[in-house]
Design a protein around this ligand. Sequence first.
Ligand SMILES: [Mg+2]
Length: 409
Amino acid sequence: MKITDVKCAVIGDSPIVRIITDEGISGYGQVEKYKPYLKWHILHLKDYILGEDPTNVERVVSRIRQRGAFKPWGSAVSAIEMALWDVAGKAAGLPVYKLLGGKVRDRVRVYNGAVRFPMAGQTPEDYAENMARMRASPEGFTIIKQGIGFHSQMKHELPAFFYGDSPPPAGDADTPSGKSPYHGFLVRGLLTERGFNHVVDCIFAMKEVLGDEIGLALDCGPGWTLSDAIRLTKAVEDLHIMWLEDLLTGDYVPWVGADLYRELTRVSTTPIHTGEQVYLRHNFKELIETNAVNVIGPDPADIGGIAELKWVAEYADLHGILFAPHGTGDGLLGLAALVQVSATLPGNYIAFEYPAPQETWWYDIVAGLPDPIVRDGYIDVWDRPGMGIELIPEAAREHLSAEDKDFFA
Ligand SMILES: [Mg+2]
């Protein structure tokens, strides 16, 4: 089998990769929805893989791996990797999880990092009210993650939140693309005592709503100073928080900071989590080998693909590090990839971040998903070949721009 073409269409804000072969099989992959600008990057990789056998996934990816980097630049390689697995599974007549070594579990736990409800404000009452709505959401999530601190509107809306300049709220931007120039921008600094206390009050308010029935994880930064981060671990020590994510680095920060994470993790009884922006196993090496964190959360659409994610999960497991993959913007094709790989991960697997699209039309253009997708906080692993879900060309076509109209041709 040979790759005869690589196409990319932007559907919604998600670049979708299609790998076309000489045997009539196509494979699909998806880039995080925040990155419509990456279409050129995907198409630029085409020259390096045309003519290759797509079922030799590792050999094909080795041709393009050097052209990726930390978020957002690992996405194109990652989406192509997923599309290759989709082809390989379809060619073999097997679900991708079989090609990755087979199922460890029949259903995969997911956590809520994307089913969101608008927040009225930034008070502890607002956080409690919002948590109650997420708790009542029909997916029955057993773990809910909420953004606080620098990973929330606090940095925009609370006066004297920190000793630094507050950027304008996202959406206030007047850029040619209409996007906020602060998306992914590292806002950082020392918190004021009032700002710090406010974060802690909001955490206590949310915990009150969830009790010990539903796990609360917190996406905190990046941007905290090490000293404030240590203070936070002390302040929430008795709350049994599932993890504190990305306090120091994360999101679009193009470095890891494993040495500082290690300082933090040494003094914290609450699990410390990072890794969503990190590309390739090599960049997890120090985090894992020095036990710099307790939980890592790579995103299959940023780390370099699902095989890379699996390798890192197993290496983390050898070191007693837990695993909770990121996925909030990965869309429904990304969801399928997360289900396939998560079914195969070792016992350090906690849950992956369920990527719920905000635009409900996505559910009309994709076939093969269970209904409902999430039941009691889990997704049953399906058994169809490849990733096991398909774009429906007749339905998806209306979401293609004029320049992408030949995507399904
Ligand atoms: Mg995060």
